[in-house]
Design a protein around this ligand. Structure first.
Ligand code: PHE
Length: 453
């Protein structure tokens, strides 16, 4: 079923590139390596793989089915598929609120990234001494002017693509950027792996240290799996509503998941060997990319400077295609309320930029840093809500709807493209994973993570 506005992706390839563009982002290149390092490297990776393939991928298929079957935005999709239970629309609303919050914090970090791209291009980063990067980052991120400027610039790029439309904007940009991103990342991996002492970094990333894998780490792995695949907040319902009728949803979801997972691991391979080879601290946390990597790049001379430009460009592009999907979800919902696409995109951008600026000002020693909710600065609160709490809750409700409330024949019909595809593994997927494994695992991890030790 096509969407009411007639918007949609023109081909399966375009759809896969756009959805992979949404999935691959700061979550893979900035967040995955430091979280993986924090919670035990290889041990975290093992748990993460299970969550990605048994929960994340299942959710992706479910969201695509809900989106394509209904042809609606997340708020209208649920009641359309289950007219007797209109209350499910609140899951859609909660998803969109989550998108809004994620986009705000995403814009702040994307703004930092764009600034670092600019500073590596103009040589500013190269002129800083090795022990000056920590100070440079905190002074920059806590200041009032520059980060906001880059947030706005990044948002303008994002809104521009959205206003261009689903096929001519999102699909075209994703088809161009995704392959470039993979090439840039592979180049960085090769360079990193050929440095002296690279093997130590690989060992750090892959050697399983189960003693560091706490309950908190397991919840973080789940949050990361959902965040990284862009599932649990309705974005893939939106992209599902744009999928071509002949797209094989199971196959596409498997490809997108593999691609997202591979890029996260490749990012780890690009980052850790270099960090070790240059004697830096691998547990640099969120600042790893902005405080530790510049030291690595500077120690590689002129080549390092080129790699610095390439890396921050890569990160900016990856962030762009993800931010596009978040803004698209909000825009699609507003424009289905009979407001034009352009106006919707502008209104949503204006609303989200307010929160992004507040979040930016609350970071570090920023001017709002004294203002706290639940003993947390706004930036940290948003990070916690969007990274570990809201997506698993929305994901749980979505998968319960899919497995227990949606009509099974509709699901089969949608997955088999109206019975034109043979999908022998449907039963395994539906009965085993979607109805039982994914919801149960989500409940256990959520309850244990939120209330247990
Ligand atoms: N998946 C994106 C990333 O890894 C972030 C994102 C989350 C995008 C949710 C859309 C929706 O960076």
């Amino acid at each position: 079923m096509a969407t009411k506005t007639g918007e949609g992706f023109s081909s399966s390839f375009g759809a896969i590139m756009a959805a992979a563009g949404s999935a691959v982002g700061l979550g893979n290149i900035w967040r995955f390596p430091y979280i993986c390092g924090k919670y035990g490297g290889g041990a975290f990776l093992l748990v993460y793989i299970c969550f990605v393939f048994f929960i994340g991928m299942v959710l992706m298929m479910s969201e695509f089915v809900i989106g394509r079957r209904s042809g609606e935005d997340p708020v209208k999709a649920y009641p359309k598929l289950q007219p007797k239970r209109k209350g499910w629309r609140y899951v859609g609303i909660m998803g969109l609120i989550t998108c809004f919050l994620i986009l705000a914090i995403y814009l702040v970090i994307s703004g930092w990234t764009l600034n670092y791209f600019w500073e590596s291009l103009t040589g500013t980063l190269a002129s800083i001494s090795n022990d000056g990067f920590g100070k440079h980052f905190s002074e920059f991120a806590s200041s009032a002017g520059r980060p906001v400027l880059f947030v706005i610039l990044f948002l303008v790029f994002t809104a521009f693509v959205i206003i261009g439309g689903v096929e001519k904007g999102i699909e075209r940009v994703s088809k161009l950027l995704m392959p470039i991103l993979v090439v840039l990342l592979l180049v960085l991996c090769v360079r990193s792996l050929t440095l002296d002492g690279a093997s130590e970094g690989l060992a750090y990333l892959f050697h399983p240290d189960f003693s560091k894998l706490t309950g908190e780490g397991i919840l973080a792995a789940l949050g990361q799996a959902l965040f990284s695949l862009s599932v649990g907040m309705g974005v893939m319902i939106v992209y599902g509503s744009y999928l071509p009728v002949d797209d094989n949803i199971m196959k596409s979801s498997i490809w997108i998941t593999i691609c997202d997972f591979a890029i996260a691991v490749l990012s780890g391979i690009a980052i850790f060997p270099a960090v070790f080879a240059c004697g830096q601290d691998p547990t640099g946390g969120p600042g790893l990319v902005y405080q530790v990597l510049p030291v690595v790049f500077n120690s590689l001379g002129t080549v390092g400077r080129i790699f610095s430009v390439v890396f921050f460009l890569l990160l900016s592009l990856a962030a762009l295609t993800s931010a596009i999907s978040l803004l698209e979800a909000l825009t699609q919902w507003l424009s289905s309320e009979k407001i034009g696409r352009t106006i919707s995109a502008i209104v949503m951008s204006a609303a989200v930029v307010v929160l992004a600026v507040i979040a930016s000002f609350s970071f570090g020693d920023g001017i709002f840093s004294g203002f706290k909710i639940a003993n947390m600065q706004i930036f940290d609160l948003l990070d916690k809500l969007t990274g570990t709490i809201l997506p698993p809750i929305c994901a749980l409700l979505t998968i319960i709807f899919f497995g227990w409330f949606m009509n099974k024949d509709d699901i089969y019909d949608e997955l088999s493209n109206h019975k034109t595809l043979k999908i022998g593994y449907f039963k395994v997927f539906y009965y085993f994973l979607a109805r039982f494994v994914a919801p149960l695992a989500l409940i256990i991890v959520l309850v244990a993570g939120l209330f247990g030790k």
